[in-house]
Design a binder for this molecule. Structure first.
Ligand code: NAD
Length: 416
């Protein structure tokens, strides 16, 4: 039988396992295994050549029992309703695991932003907001950046929203540039939160934080993971990084700052001086203390999980590991910090950005880091405690923590 790779089916499969252990009643299970609301949009955009193209966009509000839904917008050629559904489900578990008063949502547009000019991107961002605006708002649902969406795109969208509603509304969207009400510390929050959990895992497992580490995917999450691993943990040897164009490897170590600069300048990591090429697949199987999958879904699956040698796998990407691989990693003693815990730093600082935007007073970088550290550290230990008490793998433990919290809110509201 071939392994299931539809991300939403995987998300439901993961949820079902937790629901069974928690003994959720059938109505609660049905409620939590589906999104509450889904929207599909057609977005006409005038291209630079004078023609008009219709783009397809999505927004899914998965569950708002604990608070208004929140989640990123992905612009990717492979974006489908099912990837958005899966990501919105994971957002629901993510906001619950870090215990912030929000639900989970997600959105996206099927497009290849690398083939769009700046003007076309702006018209696409504003076009998405024009059709989605009536479903959004900080008390309803608020977007943020994700794969291939940027603070500039968030700024255009906020401007369009404020133009539609006719008043200031900075908290409708997060991940904005600082001069437009962005938060200090939002840029590196996802990776920073992940590195905080790695710090805790190293202590618990007695793993040397100064050993080798590797990063797959070298965008926002991956680049900051490369830099912050050393900054937060006080050392560590970066041995490999990769992006969609392939990877580079040097067992003696790669200077994270220099490779980030190289990527920002050339757009790719390949040909970085002093390194050998390595494929994305081989990078995952390197003998490292910490592995950061920071690209896309399903990269660790039934066929390669047995070859993963990392002691700690900190999933900054959403959905990088299939359920079959999860069990193999657990049996082999690989400590997985599951995606919706590992990468919750982004939404946590997005939440801080909303709070600051709402009362129009902004925190220092130190305060953001302190509050983020507290939330991530507490969430990591909540999951670890569950893992030990239920004797399950870490992802299932994280699900047990989150699903129980969301189910409690659903129950208290009297929905089920
Ligand atoms: P990004 O667009 O900044 O970077 C994505 C990177 O992945 C790029 O370097 C790209 O070249 C690389 N990539 C694409 N396809 C690849 C492939 N097949 N193999 C290897 N690399 C590939 O995106 P990001 O914001 O860094 O997001 C990366 C992951 O982290 C996604 O799964 C995203 O959902 C997750 N995430 C991001 C945030 C955030 O705040 N940025 C928050 C939570 C989760």
């Amino acid at each position: 039988m071939t392994e299931e790779l539809n991300p939403f089916k995987i998300a439901q499969q993961q949820f079902d396992e937790a629901a069974k252990i928690l003994g959720l009643e059938p109505a609660m299970r049905e409620m939590l295994r589906w999104p509450r609301r889904e929207y599909r949009f057609t977005i006409p955009v005038k291209l630079d050549d004078g023609t008009t193209r219709i783009f397809h966009g999505y927004r899914v509000q998965y569950n708002d029992a604990r608070g208004p839904t929140k989640g990123g917008l992905r612009w990717h050629p492979d974006e489908t309703m099912d990837t958005v559904r899966a990501l919105s489900a994971w957002m629901t578990w993510k906001t619950a695991v870090v215990d912030i008063p929000l639900g989970g949502g997600k959105g996206g547009i099927t497009c290849d932003p690398k083939k769009l000019s700046e003007g076309e991107k702006e018209r696409l961002a504003r076009g998405w907001m024009r059709v989605a605006a009536r479903e959004l708002g900080e008390h309803r649902d608020s977007p943020a950046p994700d794969v291939y969406t940027t603070p500039q795109i968030m700024a255009w969208m906020m401007d369009e929203y404020e133009t539609i509603v006719g008043r200031s509304h900075p908290a409708v969207i997060t991940g904005k540039p600082l001069p437009l009400g962005g938060s200090q510390g939002r840029g590196d929050a996802t990776a920073r939160g992940g590195v905080y959990t790695v710090r805790e895992a190293c202590k618990v497992l007695d793993v040397d934080p100064h050993g080798a580490y590797a990063v797959q995917g070298f965008g926002n999450a991956g680049q900051y993971a490369a830099l912050l691993h050393q900054e937060v943990l006080g050392g560590g040897k970066l041995v490999a990084v990769s992006d969609s164009g392939g990877g580079v490897y040097n067992p003696d170590g790669i200077d994270p700052r220099a490779i980030v600069d190289h990527k920002l300048k050339s757009g790719v990591v390949k040909d970085f001086p002093g390194t050998k090429p390595i494929s994305n697949e081989d990078l995952l199987e390197l003998d490292v203390n910490v592995l950061y999958p920071s690209a896309l879904e399903n990269v660790i699956h039934g066929r390669n999980a047995g070859n993963i040698k990392a002691r700690i796998c900190c999933e900054l990407a959403n959905g990088p590991t299939t359920p079959e691989a999860d069990q193999i990693l657990h049996n082999n003693g690989v400590h997985v910090i599951p995606d919706f815990l590992a990468n919750a730093g982004g939404v946590t600082v997005s939440y801080f950005e909303q709070v600051q935007g709402t009362y129009n007073y902004f925190w220092t970088l130190e305060q953001v880091h302190r509050e983020l550290d507290e939330k991530m550290t507490r969430a990591y230990h909540d999951v670890l405690k569950m893992q030990k008490s239920m004797n399950v793998h870490p992802r299932l433990a994280a699900y047990l923590v989150s699903v129980a919290r969301v189910a409690e809110a659903v129950k208290l509201r009297g929905w089920v």
